[in-house]
Design a protein around this ligand. Structure first.
Ligand code: AMP
Ligand code: MG
Length: 338
């Protein structure tokens, strides 16, 4: 693994190469946001469709004017309160912002990350760094440098080590419809936190009142290799026994259910944190672990449906949707309960 320091990373960025950057959300695959060849490299390495726009990372909100214009007052308040931090704002772009970055849209997504290594790099580099999560398109996001290295080997370029990510789930993305904030992707900052701060309702882009849509937010994002099912607590035991009887190796994410219930060959229960932030912090790491351990199925005890769990539920929903019933047809429900 090519582990580098800030000076070398700046040199790489100036030469149009990619650098893996630790942030408080997940590790990013960064490149100079003003260099079209460098930005295209990100898409090639990730296998990401070019229509999916990237988030531009800035050193401070003082740099915002170089990238965005006609900034709604609410956006300025959010930036003031939550930056540096896991909040991405989608704003009208300045004319010069690259099409490669915006996916051809009239808006640009920007944020100031809250991580000492990312901030040192941004400060030393001076410009904006476009960075999506450092994983192949559709895969789990990396929350450690090891995750990145296992995904890409040397092909992601230099990796800056920054320890495990403190949030472990992607940033909350907020756009604006007139002057109303709209959550385009739930993330590390909950809608409740945003509403409490703004003193107003915040829309969701999947609600009927929103006309904003999220480019490239395919349902099959954020997925482990292993098929995953989310089940209510009362169905978890039965489903586990069903799979175990067919000698499947099963990983289980317990929340309230005691892991001792699954003390049996072939079953790997994991006791998840009871709070939403703690759960989000370790979620990708646990899913990565199960992928590497070679279990054949991951069962997840469904978290509560409250606002603070929305980012976790969003990611679990996407992870679960992908393959069940498609590539891995399941027996009918009646059959599985017999
Ligand atoms: P990632 O960097 O992998 O977390 O993905 C970034 C996400 O930000 C994309 O999937 C888009 O959904 C969203 N995004 C980036 N730019 C824009 C934009 N201009 N408008 C709406 N969403 C955006
Ligand atoms: Mg991503």
């Amino acid at each position: 693994m090519i582990v580098g320091d800030i000076d070398r990373a700046v040199e790489h960025l100036r030469r149009g190469m990619t650098v893996v950057i630790p942030t408080e959300t997940v590790y990013g695959l960064g490149a100079d946001a003003a260099n079209p060849t460098a930005v295209r490299r990100i898409f090639a390495i990730k296998g990401r469709p070019v229509s999916h726009p990237l988030i531009v990372h800035l050193e401070s909100s003082g740099r915002l004017e170089s990238w965005a214009e006609k900034i709604p007052p609410i956006a300025a308040r959010l930036a003031e309160r939550f930056w540096p931090g896991p909040l991405t704002l989608v704003l009208p772009r300045r004319p010069g912002v690259l099409t490669e970055v915006t996916g051809g849209q009239s808006t640009v997504a920007v944020r100031v990350p809250d991580h000492p290594v990312a901030l040192s790099l941004l400060k030393a580099f001076g410009g904006g760094i476009a960075a999506p999560s450092a994983n192949r398109f559709g895969h789990l996001s990396p929350t450690s440098s090891r995750d990145v290295y296992e995904e890409f080997g040397e092909s992601a370029g230099m990796i800056l080590e920054g320890g495990p990510c403190s949030f472990g789930v992607e940033s909350t993305i907020v756009g604006f419809q007139e002057n109303v904030p709209v959550i385009l992707r739930p993330g590390a900052i909950s809608s409740g936190t945003l509403e409490a701060f703004l003193g107003m309702r915040v829309l969701r882009s999947d609600s009927k009142d929103s006309s904003l849509r999220v480019p490239g937010s395919s349902l099959s994002h954020y997925a482990p290799e292993t098929p995953l099912e989310v089940l209510p607590e009362e169905e978890l035991g039965q489903r586990t026994l069903y799979l175990a009887a067919r000698s499947r190796r099963v990983g289980i994410l317990c929340r309230t259910v005691r892991p001792e219930r699954f003390d049996r060959e072939g079953l790997t229960p994991f006791s998840m944190p009871g709070d939403a932030d703690g759960y989000a912090r370790v979620l990708y790491a646990v899913l990565h672990f199960f992928d590497r351990a070679g279990v054949e199925r991951i069962l997840v005890e469904a978290p509560p449906r409250t606002a603070e769990w929305e980012a976790v539920n969003d990611r679990l929903g996407r992870a679960a949707l992908l393959r069940i019933g498609k590539e891995y047809p399941e027996p009918s429900r009646e059959e599985s309960l017999r």
